[in-house]
Design a binder for this molecule. Structure first.
Ligand code: 13P
Length: 245
């Protein structure tokens, strides 16, 4: 399976100039990597970044889409229909920062997934346990509950990727061991298979950097990386992409 390295820029960078500079650098980096590369700029920077990357192989994705509808009276929201019109290939759904800061539950996430799938986006569904849940040995049960959002949605496997991101590993410099990630990814794949969804890529996210990417990439059940902080530095992102190539 081809591997994926996706940069989640979150609420960065501060200026359009920095966003476009990063897009140009990623365009160059993509020529040195054979994995599938993607990035998720903010909605405000989306159009300019897509314009720079439109003739490259780099996917540009949304960080989120509106749950309520595709058009209408939803102040402050951006819809799946609009991001497709702007050239998006995929969208993140259910990132832990959306779950914690915006209180997103499976009910809301199911609506988002439905809208995204309807308009042809690939959904990168983000799941992961907190530190307390990890310490209490609840990781796999938490992931099962988060994956239950897919029940009854009939998501085509070509439109789905999973990103396993332990909340305690995001932005902390802490990571599970590769063996722990492997156990978790095998569990996720088994869960999906039990729902009739086979051959879906499972990415790891949480403090991936150019030092640990090589070891993660050697594991056969880690199908790529979802990268936060290190995706904002073109050189680190490029090295991570090369590790997964
Ligand atoms: P960091 O790579 O900064 O830990 O962030 C991971 C993440 O949340 C990607 O979605």
């Amino acid at each position: 399976m081809i591997k994926y390295v996706i940069g989640n820029w979150k609420l960065n960078p501060a200026t359009l100039a920095d966003a476009t500079a990063l897009a140009h650098a990623i365009s160059l980096a993509s020529k040195q990597a054979s994995c599938h590369i993607g990035c998720c700029p903010t909605f405000l920077h989306f159009g300019a970044v897509k314009e720079i990357l439109k003739d490259s192989s780099v996917w540009v994705g949304a960080q989120d889409v509106c749950a309520f509808g595709k058009m209408g009276a939803f102040t402050g929201d951006v819809s799946a229909t609009q991001v497709v019109d702007m050239g998006a290939n995929f969208t993140l759904i259910g990132h832990s920062e959306r779950r914690s800061y915006h209180g997103e539950t499976n009910v809301v996430l199911a609506d988002k997934i439905r809208h995204a799938i309807d308009v042809g986006l690939v959904v990168v569904l983000c799941i992961g346990e907190t530190k307390t849940q990890y310490d209490q040995g609840e990781t796999l049960a938490v992931l099962d509950e988060q994956l239950s959002v897919l029940h009854g949605l009939d998501v085509p496997k070509q439109q789905l990727l999973i990103a396993y991101e332990p909340v305690w590993a995001i932005g902390t410099g802490l990571t599970p061991t590769v063996d722990e990630v492997a156990i978790t990814h095998r569990h996720i794949k088994a869960n999906l298979a039990s729902q009739g969804i086979d051959d879906v890529g499972v990415l790891y996210g949480g403090s991936v950097n150019d030092n640990n990417a090589k070891e993660l990439a050697t594991c056969e059940v880690i199908d790529g990386a979802l990268v936060g902080g290190a995706s904002l530095k073109a050189e680190s992102f490029s090295l991570i992409a090369q590790a997964f190539s």
